[in-house]
Design a protein around this ligand. Structure first.
Ligand SMILES: [Ca+2]
Ligand SMILES: [Ca+2]
Ligand SMILES: [Ca+2]
Length: 190
């Protein structure tokens, strides 16, 4: 009788142990999924990239701040070269869509001087002289992605809806997070 009871108890302990382990395994799985999710989100915001050139500033609402060579107050994107070397940007890409990474290609012969700025007009006026993309920036918010000819992401920024005549700029210049402020067209942000 006593030995039977002992066996019963052992059986109960065994079952309890398995249930607990199963529960812990579920907790561990949930924890692992969350950790993967967090690390993916981080990668998304800070692509592991060669940061020699950054998207430094842009305007998606520009009514009187800066005009292109034809006198048009269009959207613009300012790039900044963090290195002291001139960089050949022939064949690089700018896009506002992650589903179309090759949307606009920098023409051959485009370069950015060491510690220099480069303005690209995001106005859809591809027939105008200079650098004019085939897309505009939506004041409702969207993204801008800069890629190498091999389609490696160099820099990426996402922005929300805005209405004011403000630029979204990296502060400190070239390295900081984006903040809405008065435009510094083709020069240092801070
Ligand atoms: Ca234009
Ligand atoms: Ca757009
Ligand atoms: Ca600037």
């Amino acid at each position: 009788m006593n030995s039977l009871k002992l066996i019963d108890w052992l059986q109960i302990l065994k079952i309890t142990y398995y249930i607990k382990m199963k529960r812990y395994r579920s907790y561990l799985t949930i924890l692992l999924v969350l950790l993967i999710q967090i690390s993916c989100d981080k990668d998304d915001e800070n692509p592991d990239i060669n940061k020699d050139i950054v998207i430094n500033e842009f305007m998606a609402v520009n009514s009187y701040t800066a005009a292109d060579q034809d006198g048009e107050y269009d959207d613009w994107i300012e790039l900044f070269n963090l290195s002291s070397e001139e960089i050949d940007m022939s064949g690089y890409y700018l896009t506002d869509s992650k589903n179309n990474l090759t949307k606009w290609k920098f023409p051959d012969g485009t370069s950015i001087t060491g510690l220099g700025y480069l303005i690209v007009w995001a106005d859809g006026d591809t027939n105008q002289v200079g650098l004019h993309t085939n897309f505009k920036l939506s004041s409702l918010g969207e993204k801008i992605i800069l890629l190498t000819p091999e389609l490696e992401t160099i820099d990426k920024v996402e922005f929300n809806a805005q209405t004011n005549e403000l630029a979204y700029a990296r502060v400190p210049n070239g390295t900081g997070d984006f903040t809405w402020q008065t435009a510094t067209f083709n020069y240092k942000n801070d």
